[in-house]
Write a protein that binds this ligand. Structure first.
Ligand code: GUN
Ligand code: FE
Length: 482
């Protein structure tokens, strides 16, 4: 890759300071070095030009060696989004799910599509579009499931690296002949492990430090895997410390299946724990129906949960309880789970997380006739709702914690990497003119009375990829909206 230029970003910066609070830096400047790291931040100066001059002096950088990007009026820089759970091959099916739920959806739509991507020209078309599209929605880090095919999985890793998306790429492991179709499964546990190793070796060859692209061990879900495969992947985790991803307690039929298949375990989480897969580097997708005991076990092991609200609604899996998981000490991030979820956008996932939390609230029974119990339940209804700040935290820092990158990405701090997006609420086109034809989408502050908090709320609830003007990963510009 060609060496990068230094960057200087000027204007308003917004990021999560904590789970509950966004921080707004106005008239600020951020300097990014050739390695894509934030070298310095200057805030709250009178003019952006003053911030620029101060930073250059402080760092001893020459003006000629930096590329300057200014967030204009109505624009701001925001950390790139982290998608903690997405199936790249399923991009081709986004929106196609009919009235199915998980198990018949897998059989009807998903396994046939995934198996067809053993054709590398097909895989290239789908994966290129998936990476391009998610980048255009501000996803700077994606935790991907690929398929069982080694060459196609390696191709996905190549494409992420060349298009500049930070990614965890997992070859789907599925060797159980009773659950997986004959046309789409691993021949044996040994084959699962051998094929997984081949993808690890490939990613080590293209990105030795796993700096942008890293393998992730991917037992698809307990029903897909033999005990030997799960235990073997856990052993590989202990040897390599590579992250792990799988699905858990998404759907009631799936939970029944797990119960009947693994009588030796107390629960679904118990199956993963028994075979060594519940670790601090494990991301569990869904967790819609986990019990109190399972939540306690997951929290105790330090495993993370990827909340996939769009998928959970689309496949009628159920409403996952983010506040409830947070209360129990579980780190939560967001996943599109495309194409269980139809949308490739994490902004959309954040919005749907906020809405689903309101459905959870509406499901809390408030006894009639008032009294102390009713007051308590009313309070609980309020408490479980996610705020704008919390939804945007889930999309950035929360996701970064899930994938173990909280020291690198998810916020704007000196020493972190410049994974960011430039957001425009006013639909300013590149020549500076307003795109009048696009009214109804421009989120501009019509009366001039909105706080920055209001603006972020408008973005969360109304925004889409048209608002995402530029996207950077590790200082590299990876998307620019025409
Ligand atoms: N469980 C096993 N495989 C899948 C998948 O591809 N998507 C979802 N949502 N759940 C799964
Ligand atoms: Fe999934």
């Amino acid at each position: 890759m060609s060496p990068q230029r230094k960057l200087l970003l000027l204007g308003t910066f917004v990021h999560s300071k904590t789970q509950q609070h966004l921080e707004f830096l106005h008239n600020a400047a951020v300097a990014v070095d050739e390695q894509g790291k934030i070298a310095a931040i200057e805030r709250d100066v009178a003019e952006a030009s003053e911030a620029q001059a101060r930073l250059l002096t402080q760092l001893g950088w020459d003006e000629a060696e930096v590329d300057v990007t200014v967030a204009a009026e109505g624009q701001f820089f925001f950390p790139g989004f982290v998608d903690t759970h997405i199936h790249a091959p399923q991009y081709a099916n986004a929106g196609i799910f009919g009235k199915s739920s998980l198990l018949d959806w897998l059989e009807t739509y998903t396994f046939p599509l995934e198996s067809s991507l053993a054709d590398l020209s097909k895989a290239r078309r789908v994966y290129t579009r998936c990476v391009r599209r998610t980048l255009s929605h501000g996803t700077t880090t994606a935790t991907y499931y690929a398929t069982i095919d080694v060459a196609a999985t390696n191709l996905l890793a190549d494409l992420c690296l060349s298009m500049g998306q930070r990614a965890f790429v997992g070859r789907a492991c599925m060797d159980n002949p009773d659950v997986n179709p004959d046309y789409y499964r691993d021949a044996s546990a040994a084959e699962t492990l051998r094929a997984t190793q081949q993808t690890i070796d490939h990613m080590r060859s293209i990105d030795p430090g796993f700096d942008i692209v890293s393998p992730i061990l991917t037992p698809r879900f307990a029903p897909s895997c033999s005990r030997e495969a799960m235990a073997g992947l856990a052993q590989l985790h202990r040897e390599t410390n590579l992250p792990i991803q799988t699905h858990i307690s998404e759907n009631l039929g799936e939970i029944q299946l797990v119960k009947s298949m693994f009588p030796e375990a107390d629960s679904y989480a118990g199956v993963y724990d028994k075979y060594g897969l519940l670790t601090p580097k494990t991301v569990l997708a869904h967790a819609v129906h986990i019990s109190e005991e399972e939540a306690e076990l997951i929290a105790h092991r330090g495993s993370k949960v990827s909340h996939c609200p769009c998928s959970n609604t689309s496949l009628t899996s159920g409403p996952a309880r983010v506040r409830w998981m947070w209360d129990r000490g579980i780190d939560v991030g967001l996943g599109t789970d495309m194409s269980g979820g139809y949308s490739p956008s994490i902004l959309d996932a954040a919005r749907q997380a906020a809405l689903v939390s309101r459905h959870v609230a509406m499901g809390i029974h408030v006894p009639e006739g008032g009294g102390a119990a009713a007051v308590e339940q009313e309070k609980e209804r309020e408490r479980v709702k996610l705020t704008v700040e919390e939804a945007l935290y889930l999309a950035t820092r929360g996701g970064a914690r899930c994938v173990g990158l909280e020291d690198k990405i998810g916020g704007f701090e000196v020493g972190m990497e410049w994974d960011a997006q430039l957001v425009s609420l006013s639909q300013v086109s590149d020549d500076g003119g307003m795109e009048e034809h696009d009214h109804g989408h421009g989120l501009v502050d019509v009366f001039g009375w909105e706080s920055w908090g209001d603006r972020l709320a408008k973005w969360l609830y109304n925004g889409d990829d048209r608002n995402t003007k530029r996207v950077w990963v590790k200082g590299r510009l990876v998307h620019k909206r025409k």
